[in-house]
Design a protein around this ligand. Sequence first.
Ligand SMILES: Cc1cc2nc3c(=O)[nH]c(=O)nc-3n(C[C@H](O)[C@H](O)[C@H](O)COP(=O)(O)OP(=O)(O)OC[C@H]3O[C@@H](n4cnc5c(N)ncnc54)[C@H](O)[C@@H]3O)c2cc1C
Length: 563
Amino acid sequence: MLGYNVWITDTEISSLQTQDLIPILLKINTLTPTPPSYHLTRYLLLSHTPHSPYLFLFSTRFISSTTLMSTIGKLSPCTSLLPPELLSLDPNAISLASSDYGKLIRVTPAAVLYPSSEDDILSLVRFSYGSFVPFSIAARGVGHSIRGQAMAHNGVVVDMRSLNNNSSGTRIRVYESSSSTSYADVGGEQLWIDVLRATLKHGLTPLSWTDYLYLTVGGTLSNAGISGQSFRHGPQISNVYEMDVITGRGEPVTCSKHINSELFYAVLGGLGQFGIITRARIALEPAPNRVRWIRMLYDDFATFTRDQEHLISIIGLDYVEGSLIMYQSPANNGRSSFFSPTDHSRIASLATEHGIIYCLELAKYYDNFAVDTVSEELHLLLQGLSFIPGFIFAKDVSYIDFLNRVRSGELKLQSQGLWDVPHPWLNLFVPRSQILDFDSGVFKGIILKQNKTTGPILVYPLNRNKWDDRMSATTPDEDIFYTIGLLQSSGMHDWEYLEDQNKEILQFCDKAGIKIKQYLPHYKTKGDWMNHFGPKWDKFQERKIKFDPEAILSPGQRIFTSF
Ligand SMILES: Cc1cc2nc3c(=O)[nH]c(=O)nc-3n(C[C@H](O)[C@H](O)[C@H](O)COP(=O)(O)OP(=O)(O)OC[C@H]3O[C@@H](n4cnc5c(N)ncnc54)[C@H](O)[C@@H]3O)c2cc1C
């Protein structure tokens, strides 16, 4: 496959598109008319035949020689080995790549690449980087972003999952070691659920998770990847040994803490700005068999957070989270089925009495041989906690069922047509010193008053010393900070009120001086991004210039491009 950059007038393009000779024309960029008599548009022309672009255009009958001269004058040829069948202009493919889980915005790419190997991605990035005016490229995991972060306006979306679908062998390889550390080498496109299943076959497991496992490795490593295990093991980005990355310069690079470390740290939490992750080496440990899963209810936020903070400071637990239960929302919040119908009615009465109650959730992993001792161990670990007497609930589940707990909620919502709906989510990190102000101003002051929650609201603390400040991910500047997940959903056409609520929350934090950081961030101005990264901004920008100087990658984050 050969590729050329061509400049073509509007009249020419309408003729060209009718020609069978031209299999793929990607509209890359519209410029102001130059010279004045022509409206020239830049196209990426991909051709099966090894013509020079001059001959190629000449072979189309519709171009007059004068126009042709003006066109040829703007040619900037370059070559690339990209199998044409992998680049799709199919309206269904384009439509899918124009949307994401958030269902709040649509951004249309020019084409979608379905790579069959990492080399296909390499060719695409090289092609763009070598072009006179490079076009943007967005890796897309499963598009579980909320606000177009995996989209590319007039560019190419790379459907990373097709690396898995087109691969003849497995792209998850587990390396067991009794003497040193075990690890798995996994494709960036792999789903965490598949990583879990593959490693469990060897009696091994990754250490750090997200609540939901149908997300890709490359997608979560581009953010951080957090859940109830992060207080202990750090986010997923803290549990990676090595990666293969295709940079925005079209260079394949293996990186780790020891080799090409600048790229390694840039990519982790780097919002897809520096390279496309094609392989990650994930730390593994022996997998437990069972999980004792516990929830306790509180009617006082200060007591709830004090107990949460205590639990993340001691050794012995494997998972600590928390959530709000509001008087008008179901106790399970559509996420996982935990409470029995009898528990439900007791909890609903409690929530009606208080308006808002807090649910502390924890888990202890154990093996079959520890079945007799786990209750006693937990009894000791939970001594001194101040939950409401009688409102402690326990369940015993397999390790995989525990980690995959959100899937049952997803399937239920899907069957009710409530999964593929708008999700105006807001995720925040809040410094520990300001979490009580956040509770009174946001949970009680805004959310409870508006009486309209339609999804889980998560709140749990994390230890900052488990994050590596050399990575791109950014957190509040305190030893403990809280993650807040306002994971609301709405009907197809009435999500604006939730967006208004999000704005109100951000404005409140701003006015009250609560130094939040957005997680899975989205901002509209460069100033906001500078503020988000704070002291890390200069480094972030330097790294961008070093690894993706043409700002080709992940334009949907809107950090270095408006699209
Ligand atoms: C139901 C649900 C539950 C969730 N729960 C959690 C949770 O518990 N914890 C948590 O941390 N997050 C959670 N998330 C958020 C999730 O981490 C993000 O949506 C993340 O973007 C992963 O989704 P994805 O794999 O579809 O990536 P995409 O949305 O496709 O991509 C996200 C960003 O990463 C870039 N990208 C994708 N793949 C690569 C790659 N291989 N190399 C480089 N860049 C890449 C994209 O260009 C884009 O900018 C949840 C999301 C959903 C929908």
